[in-house]
Design a protein around this ligand. Structure first.
Ligand SMILES: [Fe+2]
Length: 327
């Protein structure tokens, strides 16, 4: 069965618009299929009125692959993890986009304790992220940066103004200001969960990736993008170092681990370690081929770098720029 799913995100739920192929022309057949799958609460409507609520754990890939009723809207009714490829109600997961810099901010939370962390907040979208955190009743304990960004200003400092107990975090070797300086093998705890900190330099010397072993996810910053990687021609970048970082720290993870990068410029939201090993046009090559590619990209000077770097060295709070050299 073929279909084209369109996925729209709102702050509280995801809505799938499933285009009509053949099959499932009546609601009874659809409901029967849904009830046999694992589920959370799902509301199915025809756009104007509710038709069914299904309450078992659902499996989103299975839904997308197997259900294709004409014109149906399928809405997740809870606030727990909801993302294509993630079916788990023990945690909350939001992949939030800054559409100007194409930066992804990740909100992760323990559904039981409500402790939450933000990975790579962006200053322009702090209000949005703060609103979501409040609406979901979360306790934000950390704003975690994967590296000193050159293309946008971090929202860590602005978020700390709204949530004073929130701790900012970044790599120790970056020399940027933060409440907690991270290094390899540290762990970031929130509720019952923890992320392992892995050092993945090469794009910058302070790049970190965060591995959520229990849930099979890795947040790769700019070290590994979907079918790409961060540039290596500034901020102490090194193609050879990046190649080693990705191969030893990320490609060594189980191949089913989901890859969530800091950016995507093509509309993709996630990948897997196995996909990138197989299909990444740069990193599947030999180290010498990779360094040749990276050293000949001839990329333009980043537009935001002169503004972003000094701000990001001080958590994104411009008032503190004068103290940057001391931290
Ligand atoms: Fe970057």
């Amino acid at each position: 069965m073929r279909l084209t799913p369109y996925l729209l995100w709102s702050s509280r739920c995801a809505i799938y618009h499933l285009l009509p192929p053949s099959g499932y022309s009546n609601m009874a057949g659809l409901a029967s299929h849904w009830s046999k799958s694992k589920s959370a609460r799902l509301l199915i409507s025809n756009g104007t009125r509710q038709l069914h609520i299904l309450s078992k754990r659902h499996n989103v890939p299975e839904i997308v692959q197997n259900l294709a009723p004409a014109g149906l809207h399928v809405t997740c009714q809870n606030t727990r993890a909801f993302h294509p490829g993630i079916t788990d109600d023990s945690f909350i997961f939001r992949q939030l986009l800054d559409y100007k810099s194409y930066t992804y901010t990740y909100l992760l939370a323990d559904s039981t304790t409500n402790e939450a962390i933000l990975i790579d907040p962006v200053i322009e979208t702090v209000e949005r992220d703060y609103r979501i955190i409040q609406e979901l009743g979360l306790k934000l304990i950390a704003a975690v940066n994967t590296h000193v960004h050159a293309d946008h200003v971090t929202g860590s400092g602005e978020m700390k103004r709204r949530v004073p107990s929130c701790k900012s975090m970044i790599a120790e070797v970056s020399k940027a200001k933060a409440d907690l300086k991270l290094k390899a093998k540290d762990s970031i705890k929130f509720g019952q969960f923890e992320l392992e900190v892995r050092s993945t330099p090469g794009h910058t010397n302070g790049c970190l990736s965060y591995v959520w072993h229990e849930k099979g996810m890795v947040f790769t910053g700019d070290a590994l993008l979907i079918r790409g990687c961060g540039r290596t021609d500034f901020q102490e970048g090194s193609a050879a170092v990046l190649y080693d970082s990705v191969h030893t720290q990320i490609f060594s993870l189980p191949q089913h681990f989901k890859v969530f990068p800091a950016h995507d410029y093509t509309g993709q939201t996630m990948s897997t370690v196995g996909e990138e090993i197989k299909f990444n046009p740069r990193l599947r090559r030999s180290k010498s081929e990779f360094t040749d590619i990276m050293n000949n990209l001839k990329l333009p000077y980043p537009k935001q770098i002169d503004k972003a770097l000094p701000a990001n060295m001080v958590c994104g709070i411009y008032d503190d720029i004068s103290t940057a050299s001391s931290v």
